[in-house]
Design a protein around this ligand. Structure first.
Ligand code: FPP
Length: 159
């Protein structure tokens, strides 16, 4: 059954959708391609999903893109992923601003290279007052979050 955009928008809509990236490596392996090609294709699929969510009126889309565990992958894969993130930020800046997408990163951003941190901060600032929020979780992890929250709590107590 086909549903028009107006019909879809009239239905109850989740405020926030979160996606865990998985299967990029298997996707590439099944096609005889390097894992980085799987990540590139995963990034492109995510871009299409984000566009769709924005169009149908979802307010927040979170993508769990790179966990604290993922640092243990090969140097080649990690640097390929970091390059992909950096090129996503640079190539999508204009589109995000035009389409009023607020870009936010959560996770231990201090684990990222200073250059990537600067690129992220600049895009967050440029898109701060936009409507649809895209949250990218980088260097994220349940354990890391508990440790960081406990440290922040202890620091506020010390003050
Ligand atoms: C999971 O598949 C994917 C990752 C750990 C990395 C995903 C990150 C990107 C594609 C970077 C760009 C993202 C955005 C949002 C711009 P896997 O490698 O664990 O796959 P497998 O389980 O088949 O091995």
């Amino acid at each position: 059954m086909k549903v028009t955009l107006d019909e879809l928008k009239a239905k109850p809509m989740p405020q926030h959708i979160a996606i865990i990236m998985d299967g990029n490596g298997r996707w590439a392996k099944n096609r005889g391609l390097p894992r980085t090609a799987g990540h590139k294709a995963g990034g492109e699929t995510f871009r299409r999903i984000a566009n769709y969510c924005r169009t149908i009126g979802v307010k927040y889309l979170t993508v769990y893109a790179f966990s604290t565990e993922n640092w243990k992958r090969s140097q080649e894969e990690v640097s390929g992923l970091m390059k992909l993130l950096s090129s996503f930020i640079k190539s999508k800046e204009k589109t995000l601003v035009e389409e009023r997408v607020r870009f936010r990163v959560v996770g231990r951003r201090s684990d990222l290279s200073p250059k990537l941190q600067r690129e992220i901060a600049a895009l967050e600032e440029r898109t701060a007052d936009c409507d649809f929020t895209l949250v990218v979780a980088l260097s994220y992890g349940g354990r890391a979050e508990i440790v960081d929250a406990a440290k922040a709590w202890a620091a506020s107590g010390a003050e």
